[in-house]
Design a protein around this ligand. Structure first.
Ligand SMILES: [Zn+2]
Length: 93
């Protein structure tokens, strides 16, 4: 049986259905649930809610000077972490 590339097999009823649709046109089962979960997972990982030291305007000058390198180091660290997450998710398959 030749299978068109746009066809997908429904995991619920096992029939081939149009892959451009969100739901199987035989049983209305949602298609690509795993794929959507994976996309959601990557978005969660790619957007880490980590606090970064904030320099406030009313801080004394020495605190601003002391905080600046910490802030830069944090940004570099987060950039490296985001890159590693990107690598692991890209080559996990
Ligand atoms: Zn189905």
């Amino acid at each position: 049986m030749k299978v068109d590339s746009h066809l997908k097999r429904c995991k619920n009823c096992g029939k081939w259905t149009d892959g451009k649709l969100d739901h199987c046109n035989h049983c209305d089962h949602e298609l690509d649930v795993e794929y959507k979960k994976e996309v959601q997972k990557r978005m969660d990982l790619g957007d880490p809610k980590l606090p970064i030291i904030q320099v406030r305007d009313h801080d004394p000058l020495w605190i601003k000077i002391a905080k600046r390198p910490i802030q830069v180091a944090q940004l570099i660290l987060y950039a490296i972490m985001a890159f590693l997450v990107y690598l692991t998710t890209t080559f996990a398959h």
